[in-house]
Design a binder for this molecule. Structure first.
Ligand code: ATP
Length: 681
């Protein structure tokens, strides 16, 4: 199969230079590429519909006889139109083709065919425009549909694939060794390739899919594992001693067992020797990730190195800066803030002290990775909320030191199987426990009719000294026109329902200093009700806030709702979340139901994956992963199977350099090198 990637597509009959260029547009250059260009769907002709049962707009397959020979006509403008009537024992239907001068020679009167297409009409008679067809009794009833491009339709591609299949040798060398195929009940490669394009029946299609999907995920899996082993050289940061006990004395609370365990795992990485730490810490909202990061940075700093903590938003960087400054107040650790919104002179001063080593702990945003920022001896880079940073940004921060340690913090609980793939190049620690006395946030889905009751509830909480958030309707960061609506919404609340309460507003288009001031007032309880856009989604920590109200809750994904809800329930008080929506769409209702029934971020992430697919989990990070030809990251079953296969291979063959794995290794290289990685060499 590998050699077929060397045979150009224009070797196939009917593919000249022009058509080859169209194939190139789809990323197909060689016969091998074409055979790996799997159908995006199938037309299933195995269940036909009688003409009397047709309904307008249906995509169906009918089995019918052509009554009389197709007749060609010419439309005004010169287009050819060809028409013919077909019948079954329940009715008749008209076929219409445009600009297909050969059609009358392809279908013959009196013969029976399958016709597949969309039917329109009804009383005036049924019509099917440009159906696909094949004579009854010939070939498979499952037909491939390929992604097409202008000038290159699915049928042309299918014909090219048919030819390409004849290039497959008698015996195709299979990247999956026989031992793997038999253990995991997978068909061989040749069978899989034939049947993914032109399945004999639905069983053979399922078997081909299973084989190709799991192989692709396996290749990805093995590649990520190799990346982990090979990606980073020796660290220039020599950490010899843990200062965790000393750190615990600085904390105003006792760490949970999970927090202590995770800090232990990190410090053991740091002190292990020459390999830099490469670790992801995952924890549900409010599980106390900040303290874990602080503990790890503290040990690095006490060993004489600098630490950098990169947050995704200005608000968060400032909040963390405040937390760390307070935490290290009694020590000689000098902490600084570096964000793009600071005055030039302030930034310059911070940069100078980072370069001469006076500052040992810096918290910031993207300003940390600009060229102007240099470190004296960066020992650890921490990135908060990894899914918002690209892999390249992480690499940029790391390049500021001599192979420093890396700690990635993620509040988005990614389903385990998916996490293993996405973060396959990182070791993973999970904080699977919430601080004591944390109670689940009681969550209610309500319609707008109940909005006033919700406002009443908020007033009552505020009267008891608590605070509340309302996440505005229709507002998403980056949509300028909606800022006005957020402001209007807040103004209306101030004038009417909350006229005697101090209301603040925060959105992504405010100047950082203004945002900062509002957040500070909210943190100090000078503002009781904060009307906000999703800028508060990640990380904002005001333990006195007990009510979160989310307008237009249907607009948010489950994980995002969970993050937003996580802004309450962070202190000792009972907390509540109201999800306002009038949307009765079954998927929305299912999503809101999940939110009301659990506070467990991992369960919610699993549901989200099922309902919306994996898009949300990747964010920018998706760019760092190879493009999949057939696998779908939402397919947890296949992810799990490929994980087991990778374990099996490593267990039985030790590493990928075994001769039986030569072809598999080549696949890993191909997948990763086409995406800018080079993991094996
Ligand atoms: N072991 C603990 N005992 C009591 N309180 C704790 C403990 N650990 C953290 N906290 C407090 O819990 C709150 C949440 O902690 P933190 O902000 O670190 O959570 P997080 O995991 O970063 O959450 P999020 O992902 O929502 O930002 C903070 O106010 C913090 O001071």
């Amino acid at each position: 199969m590998a050699s077929l990637y060397k045979i150009s597509i224009d070797k196939l009959n009917g593919i000249g230079k022009k058509r080859a260029e169209l194939f190139n547009k789809l990323g197909i250059y060689s016969i091998g590429d074409l055979l790996s260009f799997y159908p995006k769907g199938y037309e299933d002709w195995s269940s036909t519909v009688k003409i009397e049962s047709l309904q307008d707009g249906m995509n169906v397959c009918i089995k019918a006889v052509l009554g009389a020979q197709i007749k060609d006509g010419v439309l005004p403008g010169g287009r050819i139109i060809s028409k013919g009537m077909v019948y079954d024992d329940t009715g008749t239907l008209q076929l219409v083709f445009f600009n297909n001068r050969y059609i009358s020679a392809m279908i013959h009167a009196g013969e029976e065919y399958y016709f597949y297409g969309r039917v329109t009409g009804g009383i005036g008679g049924w019509q099917m425009i440009s159906p696909t067809f094949s004579p009854v009794g010939e070939g498979s009833k499952i037909h491939p549909i390929y992604k097409q491009t202008a000038g290159l339709n699915s049928k042309i591609i299918a014909n090219a694939v048919k030819q390409a299949l004849s290039y497959l040798p008698e015996k195709v060398n299979d990247p999956l060794p026989e031992s793997v195929r038999s253990t995991f009940a997978l068909c061989d490669l040749k069978y899989a390739i034939h049947n993914i394009h032109f399945p004999n029946n639905s069983e053979s299609l399922a078997s081909a899919r299973k084989r190709l999907v799991t192989e692709e995920l396996l290749v990805l899996n093995l590649g990520m594992r190799s990346l982990k082993e090979h990606s980073r050289g020796e660290s220039g940061v020599d950490i010899t001693k843990s200062y965790f006990d000393e750190f615990k004395e600085l904390l105003p609370f006792t760490m949970t067992n999970a927090q202590s365990r995770v800090v232990g795992e990190c410090i053991s990485d740091l002190t292990k020797g020459t390999k830099p730490m490469n670790r992801l810490v995952q924890g549900d909202v409010g599980s106390g990730k900040t303290a874990v990061a602080a503990a790890v940075c503290h040990t690095v700093i006490r060993n004489g190195f600098q630490a950098a903590f990169m947050a995704p938003t200005d608000i968060l960087a400032r909040q963390h800066y405040k937390t760390f400054t307070e935490l290290f107040k009694g020590t000689d650790i000098k902490t600084a803030l570096l964000t793009g919104s600071m005055k030039e002179s302030e930034k310059k001063a911070v940069r100078a002290e980072l370069e001469n080593g006076d500052i040992s702990f810096v918290v910031g945003t993207h300003a940390l990775i600009t060229e102007k920022t240099n470190f004296y001896n960066l020992g650890i880079a921490v990135t908060d909320e990894q899914h918002r940073f690209g892999v390249s940004q992480r690499a940029k921060l790391l390049s500021k030191g001599s192979n420093p340690h890396l700690l990635v913090m993620s509040a988005t609980p990614i389903p385990r199987t998916l996490g293993l793939v996405i973060f396959g190049d990182l070791d993973i620690s999970i904080i699977d426990e919430l601080p004591p006395s944390r109670k689940p946030v009681k969550t209610y889905a309500i319609s707008t009719l109940k909005r006033k009751n919700c406002y009443g509830f908020i007033k009552n909480e505020i009267a008891q000294g608590r605070q509340a958030y309302i996440v505005c309707p229709l507002v998403e960061e980056g949509e300028l026109e909606n800022v006005a609506s957020a402001e209007e919404y807040a103004a209306e609340l101030m004038l009417n329902d909350f006229s005697d309460i101090s209301v603040g507003i925060v959105h992504g288009h405010m100047k950082p200093a203004e945002k900062d001031e509002v957040m500070k007032k909210f943190a100090d309880n000078e503002i009781s009700l904060l009307v906000a856009t999703t800028v508060i989604e990640v990380g904002v920590d005001v333990p006195n806030a007990t009510v979160m109200t989310i307008e237009n809750a249907e607009r948010f994904g489950l994980s995002q709702l969970h993050q937003l809800r996580g802004r309450v329930g962070r202190g000792k008080y009972d907390s509540y979340c109201f999800l306002i929506s009038n949307n009765r769409n079954p998927e929305t209702m299912q999503r809101l139901k999940v939110m009301c029934s659990t506070n467990d971020g991992f369960k919610i992430a699993d549901e989200d994956l099922k309902l919306r697919g994996p898009g949300d989990f990747f964010g920018e990070r998706q760019h760092g992963l190879p493009q999949m030809a057939i696998a779908d990251f939402a397919d947890t079953k296949s992810l799990e199977l490929s994980q087991k296969m990778a374990d099996f291979i490593i267990f039985n063959y030790k590493n990928l350099y075994h001769d039986d794995l030569r072809l598999l290794r080549a696949e890993v290289d191909r997948l990763f090198s086409s995406n800018g990685h080079n993991c094996l060499n």
